[in-house]
Ligand binder design. Structure first.
Ligand SMILES: CC(C)(COP(=O)(O)OP(=O)(O)OC[C@H]1O[C@@H](n2cnc3c(N)ncnc32)[C@H](O)[C@@H]1OP(=O)(O)O)[C@@H](O)C(=O)NCCC(=O)NCCS
Length: 187
């Protein structure tokens, strides 16, 4: 059985990420607000990783790569963004796979691992996901991970020169209970 590990992105992931993106351009077209020239530039990719790791140290995101645990190969990215603490304790999740890595459950396992990290390690209360209504593969991933469909956020994201509607889905922490702000300390 294929195994998957999500780990924190590293600066030396820039090259394998660019290779994965270059081989998946049709599959990933319309997925990013960034230009493809920028996405396929190893230096720009490394700077993007450096920026993500800096904001990670401030507790604002969790930038990961999806790896095939059997080969160690980087097969995509998955991340938690806009981590809010205080009385909201939430974030939103994003992910993509190289075209050659689809159809094996990597995204489902990656989302499962990242939501557990959000609820157990980061002690967040809710993870949001925004998906284009026509993106059935991504909606299926979230359905397998027991996200609940909330509704459509109108003209939510600007990609490829226009604003797009996106379906909002949410998952609430398993530790949620009336009156509880954060999970009880273990042990
Ligand atoms: C969204 C995306 C990550 C989904 O990829 P995916 O390969 O369909 O998802 P998974 O890795 O979970 O694999 C699911 C498939 O593997 C199969 N599978 C095999 N073993 C599995 C397992 N153990 N667990 C779950 N699924 C498994 C499923 O049946 C499913 O097959 P199907 O496509 O024939 O229905 C991918 O299409 C993608 O990168 N899209 C472009 C970027 C994007 O849209 N990102 C999300 C933005 S919101």
């Amino acid at each position: 059985m294929t195994r998957t590990v999500v780990r924190l992105v590293r600066p030396d992931d820039a090259e394998p990420l660019v290779s994965a993106l270059a081989a998946s351009r049709d599959h990933l077209s319309g997925s990013f607000p960034t230009s493809w020239d920028d996405l396929l530039d190893v230096g720009a990719q490394r700077r993007r990783i450096d920026r993500a790791l800096r904001t990670h140290t401030e507790g604002r995101n969790w930038p990961g790569v999806i790896t095939d645990a059997d080969t160690g190969q980087v097969v995509g990215r998955a991340a938690l963004h806009d981590i809010a603490h205080g009385s909201r304790r939430c974030c939103f999740i994003s992910y993509w796979l190289a075209a050659s890595a689809t159809g094996a459950g990597h995204a489902t396992r990656a989302v499962t691992q990242l939501t557990s990290l959000a609820f157990d390690d980061l002690r967040l209360h809710r993870v949001d996901a925004f998906v284009r209504p026509a993106n059935t593969a991504s909606l299926a991933v979230l359905q397998r991970c027991a996200f609940e469909r909330i509704g459509v956020a109108r003209r939510h994201t600007y990609v490829n020169g226009d604003w797009h509607d996106e379906t909002l889905l949410q998952k609430i922490a398993p530790w949620d209970a009336p009156g509880l702000l954060e999970p009880p300390a273990s042990g």
